[in-house]
Design a binder for this molecule. Sequence first.
Ligand code: GDP
Ligand code: GDP
Length: 439
Amino acid sequence: MYGTVAIVGRPNVGKSTLFNRLVGKRMSIVDDTPGVTRDRIYSKAEWLGREFTLIDTGGIEPDTKDIILSQMRIQAQLAIDKADVIILVTDITSGVTSTDADVADMLQKSGKPIVLCVNKCDSIGELPADFYEFYNLGLGEPIAVSSVHGHGTGDLLDAVFSAMPEKSDEPEYPEDAVKVAVIGKPNAGKSSLINKIAGEERMIVSDIAGTTRDSVDTVIKRGDDTYVFIDTAGIRRKSKVNEQIEKYSVLRAYMAIERADVCVIMIDANEGFTEQDSKVAGYAHEQGKASVIAINKWDSIEKDGKTMQEFTKKLEVDFSFMSYAPFVFISALTGQRLDKLFELIKYTSEQNARRISTGTLNDLLAYATARVQPPSDKGKRLKLYYMTQASTKPPTFVIFCNKKDLFHYSYQRYIENRIRESFGLDGTPMKIIVRERGE
Ligand code: GDP
Ligand code: GDP
């Protein structure tokens, strides 16, 4: 990963067009994971083999009745907080406006590297006369781009990468530290949980500032184990940029998930599962992270003997796309079952990093194919020759077969279930890659 790039600019200059252009094909690779609704404001992108994260701050519309400028200030602040390099997009057809100048000034004061994009330069080769006006923004050489046609985007990305800081100052932790992202809707109880943990544990190591200004991790020692709670600044003391802006909190969750080993998905027991929960949980799943689902505020629920069972039943449906994730009913307020929560965090992170020997896997394959015969089509039967584990985090298995087309999803699901039945892998997604022999 080569850092994070944020796009900033006035409405209608072409930010989202540029975003889609830079993200390119990746957007159209539709993941069929149920529960994943893609946000058009955040994506991985790639340039010359280097992968980076791209954010379109224009997609985050703070709920101010205010004029454009104050909106843009919030978006620019977000870019300053979250990005390694900022692309300021302007528009050749409107020239330099006072809002452009104002935002350029604000960005420049942050000290972050800025690349100036002059969009809608649609005709190749000739630069419009008023192009040179953009030097007046004091951000160095403007780059002429046509987001609609794609011209100039290569130059733009070259400039972005030459401005990218050499090494990110991502803090380092002990190798065996478990990195945890606590995610969930505003008011689910994330800050109460982190503060409870930080207050209760005797051996708090420290808060460590990360790459971006407002990202702080909380490091906690528990017995022999070290846990790093990621990006807790905004959680512990409510961040300035409004947490209530849904897209912003989703974005923030995405970035924390990427750095984590385990995601604690926090659900408010009084509210139940929501659309936003399905987005972030879907992202954790897609990124191959272990997950624990914590149902918080359990103290405030009136219970009879069946309440927990009923909750579990309902949540099993909501989270059916990640049925491997365990539930735990907690209270951040009283500390109820925090021991259990830590136990699950540790256990699921171990499962996420699990390695299973090739011999054991092939015994399983032999057993599974003997028990339920592989499917066949037009007289040709699927043969599974060999299985091996290619990588961990998440556990990824490669299966070699005679004909991929015959290896239907349902039979893959069957094999996956046999793997889970034999080896557990609780709390972690797993991947199966199918190869034809000789491939
Ligand atoms: P945003 O509000 O900054 O995200 O702007 P959009 O990406 O929604 O674009 C605003 C309008 O400008 C749309 O009608 C786009 O089709 C148009 N536009 C974007 N990029 C270009 C470009 O490179 N050339 C031209 N001619 N129009 C563009
Ligand atoms: P955040 O926005 O996710 O960080 O949520 P907060 O930690 O700020 O909690 C939101 C509200 O829920 C606060 O009023 C908390 O006191 C309350 N709250 C948090 N955890 C619990 C809990 O376990 N039980 C009860 N009854 N209230 C809680």
